[in-house]
Design a protein around this ligand. Sequence first.
Ligand code: NAD
Ligand code: DAU
Length: 336
Amino acid sequence: MSKILVTGGAGFIGSNFVRMMLNGSSHSIINLDALTYAGNLENLTDVSSNPRYTFVKGDIADSGQMEEVFAAHRPDIVVHFAAESHVDRSVIDASAFVRTNVQGTQVLLDKSRQFKVGRFVHVSTDEVYGSLGAWGFFTEDTPMQANSPYSASKAGSDLLVRAAVHTHGMDCVITRCSNNYGPYQFPEKLIPLMIANALESKQLPVYGDGKNVRDWIYVTDHCEGIRAAMERGQAGEVYNFGGNAERENIYVIKEILRLLGKGENLIHYVKDRPGHDRRYAMDSSKARATLGWEPRHTFEQGLRQTIDWYVQNRQWWERVRSGAYQDYYKLQYATR
Ligand code: NAD
Ligand code: DAU
């Protein structure tokens, strides 16, 4: 049994990972999270009384605080999710992205080395590879060509992890995944935003021509990939995960409207995202061959499950859409 320090465990993917590990392993979990706008302890109410679970509020970019956390908990493994994660927010202001994603990752690497952490799993994204044209897939050997401040900060963190392996001999693996969707995703991201707006009969803002393509993966399939990389990955290796489910945004939006029984008159084309990457698609063959991983959900199954969850958990997203979210929504969409 290991002690796993999970950073960002109160966010979307982190909370799904914490739940999976508490219900499906005998490891202890220390959830370290700053509880920014995206962090929500409500995401874990069903597992928070588990004796193997501890929550610590802390900022990964604060070296002094991290020294205390590592000294107090002595983790065997770090699984690092904590990040500023929304591209549109990074277009408005990149400073928190550089602080958390770049500086915060280096602080965690430093503390992991100092306190002799056995394995460091860095959760990264396909966005570090840039944008694809109509054909082809990202492999682990695709050069990094990050295009947004968010993806540039993630690419920076990936390079810091690589440097920790090469310079200090640390045992790190990097996972890069395509677009996740599923329960507990903050409704600023495409799928939960469109579901929530449709349920409230509000306009659905489609950037540009709506033909940008994302490769959608159900969140628990990604979490299983991270677990496989943590358990069976080789130090210094990168593993791509994708859902094998490329869809144009407009297709996804129309499916959501159809499944909710809402009309397409809610669709509202708006000004495009600056620097909007056209297409992402992952080649996950390395993870399939070397980790024995594969996604369990088709896009059709996952989307239905996700819509059901948002219909049944209306209070959850109504609460997170109140307060500061309203200011962000006005700033992001008012002039489009
Ligand atoms: P999220 O925004 O839902 O959650 C991020 C969490 O990190 C929040 O709980 C937040 O409070 C915490 N956090 C932010 N700054 C912090 C700080 N300074 N110190 C401690 N905690 C802090 O993000 P997500 O969508 O769950 O993404 C998690 C990770 O997975 C990120 O690293 C992201 O880059 C990566 N990723 C996301 C996707 C996706 O589709 N969402 C795909 C591939 C990779
Ligand atoms: O690919 C992995 C990445 O996926 C993760 O690293 C990021 O953390 C995550 O946020 C996500 O990034 P995207 O920018 O692809 O996701 P987002 O949900 O913001 O947008 C998905 C697509 O939908 C994209 O082409 C932009 C479009 N979009 C998005 C929003 C919020 C719209 O058309 N309208 C919108 O209002």
